[in-house]
Design a protein around this ligand. Sequence first.
Ligand SMILES: Cc1cc2nc3c(=O)[nH]c(=O)nc-3n(C[C@H](O)[C@H](O)[C@H](O)COP(=O)(O)OP(=O)(O)OC[C@H]3O[C@@H](n4cnc5c(N)ncnc54)[C@H](O)[C@@H]3O)c2cc1C
Length: 508
Amino acid sequence: MKGNFKLTLLSCAMAMASHCAFAKTINLNTDIAVIGGGSTGMSAAVAGAEKGAKVIVLEKNVYLGGSSAFAEGLFAVESESQRQQSYGLSKDEAFKHIVEFSHYKTNIPLIRDFVNHSADNIDWLHQQGIEFKAIQISPTEPLVWHEIEKKDHLIHGAVLIGALQEKAKEMGVEIMTRTPASSLIYESGKVTGVKAKDHKGNDIVIHAKAVIIGTGGFGNSVEKINEWTEFDGTKFKPTLPLNKTGDGIEMARNIGADHEGENLMLHPGTEGKGIIPLGALYTMTWQPNNMWVNNHGERFVDEAIAFSFAQAGNAIARQRDNYAWAIFDDYAVDYAATTGVDNGVGVMVPVTTKLSNIRQEIKQALAAKGNNFKSADSIKGLAKEIGVSAKTLQLSYDNYNKYAGQHYDEEFVKEHRWLRPIDHGKLYAVKLLPYHFTSIGGLKVNRELQVLGANEQPIPGLYVGGNDVGGLYSDTYTLWASGHAFAWATYSGRKAALSAVDHMKHSK
Ligand SMILES: Cc1cc2nc3c(=O)[nH]c(=O)nc-3n(C[C@H](O)[C@H](O)[C@H](O)COP(=O)(O)OP(=O)(O)OC[C@H]3O[C@@H](n4cnc5c(N)ncnc54)[C@H](O)[C@@H]3O)c2cc1C
């Protein structure tokens, strides 16, 4: 008895919870337990409650939202907003394009359902009080990105999370923040609940007819990236620190769930001394009119691939040491400052934004003498600054300017619109580093969003949505269907809840 008390105190101290000396086990009963309060989890909660189910949501962080609170737009085809703009892309065309992009290495029936219901998904979210406008996010993508309209003081995904949270509360959903789920209760071949610990150190045991996982992937775990993907988690960094460590995938794998396609949604970016996060120099790494070279000093791609951030990330990732340099001149600096950028960074830096403080940031970054931003008066000088062969860089540079002069890129067929000579004033180089917005890939599922175990048999009582689902993207996130991940999270969360309610009814 004495020993147990000591143990409780020790675990309380470890949990850094001052008032948990009297931690207890709290047993709760519900129809649906949702793990994760992002858009998957909150869509599941609202959809389940709409069908009359009792729902408890467990959220690890102090706040709800995960990546979803920062996302901006959702994919859909044949939506009301597209109809209002007389936009003609059909579900069939979109579906075919998406599966061809992934070389049919994905869960095709799942994608068919998702594309077919993508407009209904927007309608359902609209009923929850969220307004959208379909926009075209870049010249290489169709008009399928449904940007969330501002509401009160909130923008983007925070509007969606706020609206779903309000609805969930109205319908009596219990939301437990600072309460990370730790394991699934798996008895006689069925999931019958989930265990968690709250911030007071109490053990929470939820007995549920169904558990829906929506923990948003493993993008913030260096260990899981190293173990589950081809990438080095120390070099491929997440855009934001969101504490998503693959908990849901791991819990399900621990009870025999199958999984597939663990990967990262790459994108270019930069950081370093004097460089402002998401500032002007960061935005320059997304521009199509720079010249990119690897650390041999060689060009390796049509730089307008920057319009498709996931593919740009791929191209950079496969260079030696997983980085490259974006080179531009004073003309490009003035253009960005006065005409505005040709490629936005999502809607965080919308297309045409004038980088009015770019000169200031350049000054600051050069004064900071960091390794990731350099300048010189000549290409030879720049080669020295960035540590590449002067001869090779000179050749790449001369060729690039020759292609710009003749309006034809003999090497990588860069479109003439983005092929400007780089020969005005000073030259600059910013290091292109690979980041990821989120992990992709995870648990294998059927069309009902049930998690599959051995022999592709559903594990009764267990469902999953959002970033924790495998089989959606093959090796690269599809930017053509921009907003796919966010739309998928909301669609799959809701679908998982509807499937769970349906199964509950039929198993009565
Ligand atoms: C900056 C940024 C911008 C983006 N923009 C877009 C965009 O415009 N369009 C688009 O399609 N995609 C975008 N994405 C990707 C998109 O946000 C995600 O794919 C999607 O929101 C994932 O939703 P989710 O519910 O699966 O995960 P999340 O929204 O991340 O939610 C998961 C939640 O689970 C919680 N959790 C984790 N572990 C546990 C546990 N053990 N117990 C309880 N809770 C747990 C997390 O704390 C989190 O709140 C963006 C991502 C980022 C980072």
